[in-house]
Design a protein around this ligand. Structure first.
Ligand code: SF4
Ligand code: MSK
Length: 667
């Protein structure tokens, strides 16, 4: 490994105060981070790879294709468009596979819980009944565990389904969208099947027409968004509780100097929830005290962090981009990891400290880590074994540095159900108040900011985009590491209302909500699909997701999962903006993604490098949707008397910001 140390000499793109503080310490001087490695690479990425036209799908290649140059097509004759589309589609399949395998584990855990074989319990019975209805599971005179068992088994069957009837959750989408999917033939049939078919169709010599490849890419992505991810989110909520708004903290300062610090990193909340239960066990606390600590401090990293933040208010120490930095504090006894987004470098960073990396899933082992298998059927015992190992490291802790002053408050826990109760809908749970505020223009629209961090881009990109959106009165829904980054920027709490334009600020202050609503982990992007559908079903914003003034972005995407998410948003009718895509080397295919998909799905991909440009595009698209809906018309201001207010019946138009509307309203 290189010996040049970040120390901060390579900090040109690091704006995060806590990262800078840690890397500036002596204890971090031997730590090599991704920032160092990006600098050390010192050369631009391969042009063929970054533009999507390198193919290694068979052993006649690898072939590097130049679009429009006759003798620079593949040995098999594959064109740039075919190669770029195959590569893109395989990225979607990989992302969908990651979400699918995660979801399968969650459903198996759900079934074990229903059978009484786990330390967890079915917590949200209302949601259990709602989902049971979707899956046509009888609930009358049945015990919650009995219902959950049948629901879990039906959900698991969606993975291996071989019939062509379509996944059950698709019927939750707006009717118009369902009809479009049927017409296009992109209704996913089975979660696993769509990934397999995608891999088959992009094998050498199968599907060689980019638009046809993308039909299956859409079907595969939809099997993620409306299939596995949605199943995972909903069943996890039923088992661990649907999130409700709660206060917590984020950033490296959530580590405690006098506690055993254990960070939980990865994605599957079964492990993290079991650790949370085990960490409260008097036997574990006593062991920590015996080692000289005051207690056990669990803190999250990446999306496992978001899961326990949303449901338990457990602080998040770091997003993806800070996973090495959290170890460089020297204050972490163990980083417990499961699957996805765990950089191999954490094992190397840990070597400079007393920290152990503990892998827990047979799928995901790492050289230099300690492996303690997390057994679902003996979850509490596994969790205690992991904690015991970590606690015993406390005495070995040497010098450490925790940047306490950079810790920030957040208010999190906004499920799509929570939105029902916000904005004045407390007594009449519905999306009506949100829709009304969009129609009257106080909220111009909704922007989803999702996905990862990425060392290639300035670490304040999320913040720059969101500040622009808020100034323009656009409500932001955030998930994943983007949400953590926004928490670190101080934007995920009600006090951030001061950064909004006047009308959004008025709404946020009246309701007491943050202008950036943290909706969970990357799997929880499915919550956004339901929220958009609720907006459609509530009325006044069109008949399909493609008509709602809403847009998504994953500006700092890193993982293949983000591309699957982007594609399921587009196939669901929501536009997305990414900072780059590996498709620009194939002109026709690239145009298809960035423009022509509009004709198929009513939405397309957008690409822009500069964060302010991303925000500009998002604002422009939202305003265009408002124009199309006819809600941007200049309105006549009318002074309402009490009779006129009563004539409005259910109060629509008066619930602009809450239960008590202003006397002057616009019609
Ligand atoms: Fe080259 Fe065609 Fe083989 Fe790809 S599939 S590596 S383009 S010969
Ligand atoms: S963890 S997929 S870096 S959001 Fe979900 Fe974060 Fe992206 Fe991983």
């Amino acid at each position: 490994m290189a010996t040049s140390k970040t120390g901060c000499e390579g900090c040109a793109d690091i704006t995060c105060p806590s990262t800078k503080l840690v890397l500036g310490q002596d204890i971090a001087k031997n730590v090599t981070t991704a920032y160092d490695r990006i600098q050390a690479r010192g050369m631009a990425a391969c042009l063929f790879g970054s533009k999507g036209t390198c193919c290694r799908n068979c052993n006649m290649g690898p072939c590097q294709i130049i679009d429009g140059v006759d003798d620079m097509i593949g040995v098999c004759g594959a064109t740039a468009d075919t190669v770029a589309a195959r590569n893109f589609a395989r990225t979607v399949a990989a992302g969908a596979a990651a979400h699918g395998d995660h979801a399968r584990e969650m459903i198996k855990g759900f079934i074990e819980t229903a059978k009484g074989n786990s330390p967890h319990q079915i917590q949200d019975v209302e949601k259990l009944h709602a989902l049971a209805k979707v899956f046509e599971v009888d609930t009358v005179d049945r015990d919650k565990n009995e219902i959950a068992l049948e629901l879990g088994e039906k959900a698991l069957a969606e993975f291996g389904s071989q019939d062509d009837t379509g996944l059950t959750m698709l019927k939750r989408a707006p009717k118009k969208r369902q009809e479009l999917w049927k017409k296009l033939g992109v209704e996913p049939r089975g979660v696993d099947r769509e990934v397999v078919e995608m891999m088959h169709r992009t094998h050498m010599g199968v599907d060689q027409e980019y638009k046809n490849i993308m039909l299956q890419a859409s079907r595969c992505a939809l099997s993620d968004g409306w299939g596995s991810s949605m199943l995972s989110t909903e069943l996890t909520d039923i088992m661990f509780g649907t999130p409700v708004p709660r206060r917590s903290t984020v950033d490296l300062g959530v580590l405690k100097s006098d506690h055993v610090n254990i960070t939980v990193h990865g994605h599957e909340p079964l492990l993290a929830e079991s650790l949370c239960i085990a960490a409260q066990d008097p036997e574990m606390i006593a062991l920590a005290k015996k080692q000289g600590a005051k207690g056990i401090n669990l803190a999250g990293v990446c999306c496992t962090g978001n899961e326990i933040l949303m449901r338990r208010g457990i602080p998040v120490a770091a997003g993806f981009i800070q996973q090495e930095i959290v170890l460089a504090t020297g204050a972490v006894e163990a980083m417990v990891v499961d699957v996805q987004c765990v950089m191999q470098s954490v094992a190397e960073v840990a070597k400079s400290f007393h920290t152990d990396i503990i892998t827990t899933n047979y799928r995901a082992k790492m050289t230099g880590a300690v492996h303690i298998q997390f057994e679902e059927h003996a979850a509490l015992n596994s969790a205690k074994e992991i904690l015991t190992h970590a606690i015993k490291n406390y005495k070995k802790r040497g010098k450490f540095f925790i940047p306490q002053e950079t810790k920030l408050d957040v208010v999190v826990g906004f499920s799509h159900e929570t939105i029902n109760y916000m904005l004045g809908g407390r007594f009449r749970a519905s999306y009506r108040p949100l829709n009304d505020n969009i129609i009257n223009g106080r909220i111009r629209g909704v922007a989803a900011i999702v996905g990862c961090d990425n060392f290639k881009l300035a670490d304040d990109s999320h913040e720059i985009i969101v500040r622009e959106l808020l100034k323009n009165n656009i409500l932001v829904l955030a998930t994943g590491c983007a949400a953590t980054a926004l928490g670190r920027a101080g934007l995920v709490n009600p006090e951030a209302a001061k950064y909004c334009g006047d009308s959004l600020r008025e709404v946020c202050e009246t309701v007491g909500m943050p202008p950036v609503l943290h909706m969970g982990s990357c799997v929880d992007n499915s919550r956004l699909l339901i929220a958009l559908t609720q907006m459609v079903n509530q009325g006044g914003l069109g008949e399909d997701i493609s008509e709602v003034p809403a847009i998504g972005t994953a500006p700092m995407w890193m993982s293949e999962k983000a591309v699957a998410i982007g594609q399921y948003f587009v196939a669901s009718g929501a536009q997305v903006v990414f900072q780059d895509l590996a498709t620009s080397g194939a002109k026709a295919f690239n145009n298809y993604l960035l423009e022509d998909m509009m004709g198929t799905y009513g939405a397309h991909w957008n690409v822009a490098k500069d964060p302010k440009e991303i925000a500009r595009i998002m604002i422009e698209k939202i305003e265009a949707k408002r124009d199309a809906l006819g809600i941007n018309k200049k309105k006549e201001r009318v002074l309402f008397d009490m009779n006129m207010r009563r004539d409005l019946g259910d109060g629509h138009g008066l619930t602009d910001v809450g239960c008590h509307g202003p006397e002057v309203v616009e019609r």
